[in-house]
Design a binder for this molecule. Sequence first.
Ligand SMILES: *Cc1c(COP(=O)(O)O)cnc(C)c1O
Length: 381
Amino acid sequence: MECQDYGLTRNTERRNLNLNPLQRGGVLPTEARIAMYEFADGYSVCDYCAGRLDEISNPSIHNFLDDLANFINVDEVRTVHGAREGKFAVMHALCNPGDAIIIDGNAHYTTHLAAERCGLKMVEVPNTGHPDYEITPEKCSETLENAMDKGEDIKLILLTHVDGNYGNLTDAINIGKIANNAGIPIILNCAYSMGRMPIDAKALNVDFVLGSGHKSMAASGPIGVLGMKEEWTDTVLEKSSRHGVKEIEMLGCTSRGAPIATLMASLPFVVERVNHWTDEVQKTRDFVLKMEEIEGVKQIGLRPKQHDLVRFETPAFDKIAENHPRRGFFLYEELKKRKIVGLKRGQTKWFKCSVYGFSDAQIEYILNSFKEIAVKEVKKE
Ligand SMILES: *Cc1c(COP(=O)(O)O)cnc(C)c1O
């Protein structure tokens, strides 16, 4: 059999400035690229395994997990294949089919899928709608009380720390308190926050935290982080009756090669970078103000920004698209000419972007490019 050329070359990050929020926090530092190469082979972390992935001492997964647990302030931590697998594991361990859980109205689709896979009923906390789309502690409280009044036995609450649509940071401390007071375990989904900003699970009043290595922790992935309080370890990390050392929800072993090697190699880099989070937020706020100097560009979601993911409504660009020979593709194409990528092709009504990790000069260049495109295309009309 002859195989095709599968197009396995990629220079997106090397040759361009990538504004895709999904990808900004998952770029590997050099040390992780080296680890990626060293551990590229299948089952490569298993040379010295005695039956438990989390206890392997060479490479030092055991010490790494201790450091990771300290980093996010949890009693116990495991790596999983992604934030989604972490949600599924907790839901599966704590709930039975038909049980009800509370989720926020800005939850990621994988929250819905994990709950569906477990056969759970989802009761949603609505957001405040346009333009803030905020999830408030008051609404959480109200939704919980209403559900309990209706006789629902709520087994779990899942709060999205920073959502992927608006980049809103939720008030985890207070929503955590509501859950604690009601005696209901709460998961904080930190896919967009852990590894970008400091996370202290105990200070945030949550039972579980989830992270995404490939989203926000400079790892190749797929890999996720599942941290928990001591009191949940017996349930979530219950061991097999047939294979005494193996944890059931982990299906024995989770990440066993390059994904965990890159997460490990990046941890010192990530531990350091969260110290600069306030600078990143400031850069984002400045970026928003300058983008809004373009008439017909407006940031939506909470203001001022508390996260690097920004959603803009952009009637300015949509208007240009109406009369442009390339229609909605003009924006993507004009940016691409300037080596700026990460916006969806054809999208002009609104878009999401992030300048996380870019230098001031790079941000300046990005801003000028947007402004230049807006002015040039309007002039042509
Ligand atoms: C990206 C994202 C996920 C999915 O993360 P994986 O690690 O790929 O499973 C889940 N939740 C939120 C809020 C996200 O932004």
